[in-house]
Design a protein around this ligand. Structure first.
Ligand code: KIV
Length: 298
């Protein structure tokens, strides 16, 4: 019998270096977890998007740690190969202690192997606090749905030069703080390319163009059944993989195949907006792992 090797952080790094695209989807329950794992999804996220696709809310802000733990517990036992990431919900990482407690719950009770949090350089101390204690962290830049009430909309981020420069800087700071993975949401493709080039850790995009190391989408969006799609508020980067598919598993396999081949996302599903950054093409950063390990020893 063929043995399946579970994906880990080192494997995600290897894939980035080897140029193998990382296919990622959200998931919230056991049935879909089984299908996604079987269909070759590399990274599965129990996202706080569950507030919208599972609970039918307008935002992710009401989602609680208990709820993410509950859904992670449904997903984790089904996975043989895929790497499980769980979202730290709104305000659950507002202080160092809360971030550590919530991460402990997501990993020990929920079975997640990494936690994800939204925000830029202002989250660096939280990322470092978790990373030096052995919690793998995924940072999330660009559109940050948890902060919708502050941002005021769900629009493309990093369009203005200053915002784009700031995001490049945030990506560096978060990687230096010890983040092992980065999600970029809803930004111009050129900015996605520039951040991916300088990042020492794998970068997964959602509406961030074709140059990132991988892609993530909300499962119900690609199956064309999410409330957003049903209410006619489908984001530009969402592609319907049920179109012409014989089954849900076939649709997920088609998504994985298109991510792996680079066919998704094409221009139709990206934001090809002009970008005129002042800073010269930045140099790629080295992995900050040695720095984090040194801090851990202190
Ligand atoms: O909550 C979520 O599903 C996410 C992805 C869309 C990246 O954060």
């Amino acid at each position: 019998m063929e043995t399946v090797k579970p994906i880990n952080v080192a494997e995600l790094r290897r894939m980035r270096v080897a140029g193998e695209k990382i296919a990622s989807l959200t998931c919230y329950d056991a049935s879909f977890a089984l299908v996604e794992d079987r269909a070759g999804v590399d990274v599965i996220l129990v996202g706080d998007s569950l507030g919208m696709v599972m609970q039918g809310g307008n935002t992710t802000t009401p989602v609680t740690v208990d709820q993410v733990v509950y859904h992670s517990k449904c997903v984790a036992p089904q996975l043989k190969r895929a790497f499980l990431v769980a979202d730290l919900p709104f305000l659950s990482y507002a202080t160092l202690e809360r971030a550590l407690d919530a991460s402990q719950r997501l990993m020990q009770e929920g079975g997640a192997k990494m936690v994800k949090l939204e925000g830029g350089r202002e989250q660096a101390s939280i990322v470092e606090y978790l990373a030096v204690r052995g919690v793998p962290v995924c940072a999330h830049l660009g559109l940050q749905p948890q902060f919708v009430h502050k941002m005021g909309n769900f629009k493309v981020q990093g369009r203005e030069d200053a915002a784009a420069e700031a995001m490049l800087h945030d990506a560096k700071v978060l990687a230096e703080a010890g983040a092992d993975l980065l999600v970029l949401e809803c930004i111009p493709s050129e900015l996605g390319r520039r951040i991916t080039e300088i990042s020492p850790v794998p970068v997964i995009g959602i509406g961030a163009g074709p140059s990132t190391d991988g892609q993530i989408l909300v499962l119900q969006d690609i199956l064309d059944i999410s409330p957003l799609v049903t209410l006619g508020r489908k984001p530009r980067f969402v592609k319907n993989y049920m179109d012409g598919a014989a089954s849900i598993e076939a649709a997920i396999r088609a998504y994985v195949a298109e991510v792996k081949s680079g066919a998704y996302p094409d221009a139709e599903h990206s934001f090809d907006l002009p970008l005129t950054l002042q800073s010269p093409e930045p140099k790629a950063m080295k992995l900050p792992t040695a720095k984090v390990a040194a801090r851990r020893k202190k």
